[in-house]
Design a protein around this ligand. Structure first.
Ligand code: SF4
Length: 678
C-alpha cells in the first residue's frame, strides 16, 4: 500500500483553511491540518477534520442520468451531453438566448466559475448567470462598493489580532467561521474589547466585553445611534468632512437620532449603546459581520451602516481596523471575482459599459450580449412567466438554499429543461431532466479565494468516482457539444487566461501561489499581494457615507403569526448539507432539525424541551424539535436552514433588497404549535 500526502484546501467555510489529504492507494484516509498554511496554523474545526468522510460516502453520483418519466436511467457522457446540448439549442432557437439561465456556484473553483460565466456569455449568448452569493453577500458587494469602492473584506484575518476593539455584528463566528473566530479570541486575550451585537447569546456573545442583545433586525438603529454618540462626544476622526463624501447629510441624519427611541426599538439600554460607541471609537477597531447584516430586504443599507461607523472613526485602510464581511462558503469571494454575476464580467467590470464589453469580446473572440442578466432571486418569476425556459444548475441546491422553496419548486416545474450538475443527489436533482456527476474538491486542481481575498491552490488528491468529472471539464465538454470547442480543460491554463482579463489577479501564477496563496489585488508578477485595502485612500477615491436608515420588517408579526423566525447555520453543517450530511461524524453532531425558543414562549404554548412542533408561515410548514434556551430573545425563534427533513426555507419570504436582490432570510412571521402526531 502506498500512502501519499497532498496539500489542498478545506471545502467548507470561507475561512479557507489549508488541509493535507492522506491518501492510501487512491482511498482518502483523512484530512489533516496543513501546519505550513498561515490561515489556520495547523488547526481545523470539526468540519475540516471530517472533510474526507463525504468523498467516498454512499450516494455519490457516478454516472450521468437521463429522466424518463418518473425514473432516471444511467447514460453515457456522449448521450447526456448531446441531449443537453440539443435541448438548450432548441430553447435558444425558439425563444432566444435569454430564455436560458446558468447558476454557477461558490463551491466550485475559480477556474470553473470563470468557465461557467464564459459558457453563459459566449456559448449560450446571455448574461443570465448568477450564483448563491446573491443569497449571502450580494449586499456586501453593493454596499461596500458604494461606500469604499470594493465589495470585499478590507483587512486580513491575521490583522484582527492588532485590533483594540472588534465589533461582531450579525455573525455567529465561533460556529460558522471557527478558525477565524480563534483570531478574535486571541485579540481578546491580548486585551481587545469584544462587542457582540446579536439577538442570540452565541458562544462569542457569552465571552464578550459587551453583548448588545438587540431586537432582531434593529442593527441599523444601533449603528446610527453609535455614530450619534461618537459625533456628540467628538470622538470622530479629525477633519472627517474633508476626508470623505456625504458627511454633512450623514451627520445631520445621525445627530437627529433619539437615543431613548433607539433604546425602545432595539431593547438596549442607552448606557450600553454609549459604552459600545466609546469602546469602538478607541481604535483601531474592526467590524466583522455576516448574514445577520446582509440577509434583509434592506441589506445594502445595513452594510452601508457598518461602513459609515468605520469611516467616522478612521478605521479604513489601517492595521487592526476594517469592515470585514465573513463569507459563508469556501469560494463565494472567488465566484464573484470571476464574474459569475449577471451585470459584471470577471474583475467586476460592467456588462453595460460598451468599452468594457468590446474589450471582453476581443479577449474571448466573440460578440457579447449587452443586456445585464437576471439575478438568481428574479429567476422564479422569470420561469413562471416563461422568460426563462431552460436552467443549468452547477453545484447548487436552490430547492434548499433559496427563499420560499415551495414557490420556487412550482416555478422549476414549469421549465422546458433542467440540467443539474452535482456530487450527490439533492432536492434539485430530483426535478432534473439530466443529472451530471461532478468531482469533489479533493478530486480536482484549481484555486479558491477565501474571505480575506486570498487565492490559494487545491490539488487533486484522488480520482473522482466512476464516470464523475470535474465541473470545469463538464462545462468545457458541453461547450464542445454546442459547437464551441475550447482549447483547454487544464486548470492552470484557464487560470492564466483568467488573470489576463482580471487585473487584480494578474500577478498571480500557480507557482507563486504555493501553499500560502496571495491576496488580491496582486497586479504584477513581483507584487506581494495586498493584506489591507484602501491604505492610500479608498478604492473609489474618498469614502462615502450612505444615508442608511432603519427599515421595518418585510413581514411583521401579528396575532396569526406571532413569532419572528430567524434562520442561519450551525457548527456541524455547511450550507444545504449536501456534503456534511453525507459525513457520519457531522450528521451525528448535527442531529435532527431543531427550533430554538425562549423559555417564556415555550411555557405559554405548553411546549416542552425536545417536543416536536409544527412551524407555519404564510408560505409553508415544517416540523422541528424544540430546544428551549434563554439565549434567544422572547418572541424570536431560530431554525438552521441545513436540514432536508425540515427545510427552513419552506417558511422564509422572498422579499428582496431593491439594489442587490438579496432576500430577507433573517426575518419573517411564523406560528408554532405542538405537533399533533407527536
Ligand atoms: S474553519 Fe472553515 S475552512 Fe477552516 S476547517 Fe473549519 S470549515 Fe474548514
Amino acid at each position: 500500500m502506498s500512502t501519499r500526502f497532498v496539500p489542498s484546501l478545506c471545502a467548507y467555510c470561507g475561512t479557507g483553511c489549508g488541509v493535507v489529504y492522506q491518501v492510501a492507494d487512491d482511498v482518502p484516509v483523512a484530512a489533516l491540518p496543513n501546519p505550513a498554511c498561515q490561515v489556520n496554523r495547523g488547526r481545523l474545526c470539526i468540519k475540516g477534520w471530517s472533510l474526507a468522510e463525504h468523498l467516498r460516502a454512499p450516494g455519490r453520483l457516478t454516472t450521468p442520468l437521463i429522466r424518463h418519466g418518473a425514473d432516471t436511467v444511467p447514460a453515457s457522457w456522449d448521450k447526456a451531453l448531446a441531449l443537453t446540448a440539443e435541448r438548450l439549442r432548441r430553447v435558444i432557437d425558439k425563444s432566444g438566448p435569454d430564455a436560458v439561465m446558468v447558476l454557477s456556484s461558490a463551491r466550485i473553483t475559480n477556474e470553473e466559475n470563470y468557465l461557467a460565466q464564459k459558457f453563459a456569455r459566449t456559448v449560450i449568448g446571455t448574461n443570465n448567470v448568477d450564483h448563491c452569493a446573491r443569497l449571502c453577500h450580494s449586499a456586501s458587494v453593493a454596499g461596500l462598493a458604494a461606500t469604499l469602492g470594493s465589495g470585499a473584506m478590507t483587512n486580513s484575518m491575521e490583522d484582527l489580532e492588532k485590533s483594540r476593539c472588534i465589533l461582531i455584528i450579525g455573525s455567529n463566528t465561533t460556529e460558522c467561521h471557527p478558525l477565524l473566530a480563534s483570531r478574535i479570541l486571541r485579540a481578546r486575550a491580548e486585551g481587545a474589547a469584544i462587542l457582540v451585537a446579536d439577538p442570540r447569546t452565541t458562544q462569542l456573545a457569552g465571552m464578550a466585553t459587551l453583548h448588545l442583545r438587540l431586537a432582531s433586525g434593529t442593527d441599523v438603529a444601533l449603528l446610527n445611534a453609535m455614530c450619534h454618540v461618537i459625533l456628540r462626544d467628538g470622538l470622530q476622526v479629525p477633519d472627517i468632512a474633508s476626508k470623505t463624501e456625504g458627511f454633512e447629510e450623514f451627520s445631520e441624519m445621525v445627530k437627529s437620532v433619539d437615543l431613548a427611541e433607539t433604546s425602545a426599538l432595539t431593547g438596549l439600554p442607552v448606557a450600553d449603546i454609549e459604552r459600545a460607541a466609546r469602546l469602538y471609537a478607541n481604535g483601531p477597531s474592526a467590524i466583522c459581520y455576516a448574514m445577520g447584516i446582509t440577509q434583509y430586504a434592506s441589506g445594502t443599507d445595513r452594510v452601508g451602516a457598518c461602513a459609515n461607523l468605520a469611516l467616522l472613526c478612521g478605521n479604513i485602510g489601517v492595521p487592526g481596523g476594517g469592515v470585514n464581511p465573513l463569507r459563508g462558503q469556501n469560494n463565494v469571494q472567488g465566484a464573484c471575482d470571476m464574474g459569475a454575476l449577471p451585470d459584471s464580467y470577471p474583475g467586476y467590470v460592467k456588462v453595460a459599459d460598451p468599452k468594457v464589453r468590446e474589450a471582453m469580446a476581443a479577449a474571448w473572440g466573440t460578440p457579447l450580449p449587452d443586456r445585464p442578466g437576471l439575478k438568481l432571486t428574479e429567476l422564479p418569476e422569470a420561469m413562471l412567466d416563461g422568460r426563462v425556459k431552460a436552467l443549468y444548475v452547477i453545484g447548487e441546491n436552490p430547492l434548499r438554499s433559496d427563499p420560499d422553496i415551495g414557490h420556487l419548486a412550482e416555478a422549476m416545474k414549469s421549465l422546458d429543461f433542467l440540467v443539474v450538475q452535482d456530487i450527490f443527489h439533492t432536492a434539485t436533482t430530483a426535478l432534473a431532466d439530466v443529472t451530471l456527476p461532478a468531482a469533489a474538491s479533493a478530486e480536482k486542481d484549481g484555486t479558491f479565494t477565501n474571505t480575506e481575498r486570498r487565492c490559494s491552490r487545491l490539488r487533486r488528491a484522488i480520482p473522482p468516482p466512476g464516470d464523475a468529472l470535474p465541473d470545469g471539464d463538464i462545462i468545457a465538454l458541453l461547450a464542445s457539444a454546442m459547437g464551441h470547442p475550447w482549447k483547454t480543460r487544464d486548470a492552470e491554463a484557464i487560470f492564466d487566461e483568467m488573470r489576463g482579463v482580471v487585473p487584480s489577479y494578474a500577478g498571480m501564477t500557480y507557482e507563486r501561489l504555493g501553499i500560502q496563496g496571495l491576496q488580491w489585488p496582486c497586479p504584477t508578477p513581483d507584487h506581494p499581494g495586498t493584506p489591507i485595502l484602501h491604505v492610500n485612500g479608498c478604492t473609489r477615491g474618498k469614502g462615502k457615507f450612505m444615508l442608511a436608515r432603519q427599515m421595518p420588517p418585510a413581514e411583521a408579526v401579528d396575532d396569526a403569526y406571532p413569532f419572528t423566525l430567524s434562520t442561519g447555520r450551525n457548527f456541524a453543517h455547511y450550507h444545504t448539507a449536501t456534503m456534511t450530511g453525507a459525513s457520519p461524524t457531522l450528521a451525528r453532531e448535527g442531529g435532527h432539525v431543531y427550533v430554538e425558543m425562549h423559555p417564556s414562549d415555550a411555557q405559554s404554548l405548553e411546549i416542552a424541551q425536545g417536543m416536536r412542533v409544527r412551524i407555519d408561515s404564510r408560505r409553508g410548514a415544517i416540523h422541528a424539535y424544540v430546544r428551549i434556551t434563554p439565549g434567544i430573545r422572547q418572541g424570536t425563534v431560530f431554525v438552521p436552514f441545513h436540514y432536508g427533513e425540515g427545510p427552513a426555507n419552506a417558511l422564509t419570504i422572498a422579499s428582496l433588497d431593491p439594489v442587490c436582490g438579496i432576500p430577507e432570510f433573517k426575518r419573517c412571521a411564523v406560528r408554532i404549535a405542538p405537533d399533533e402526531a407527536s
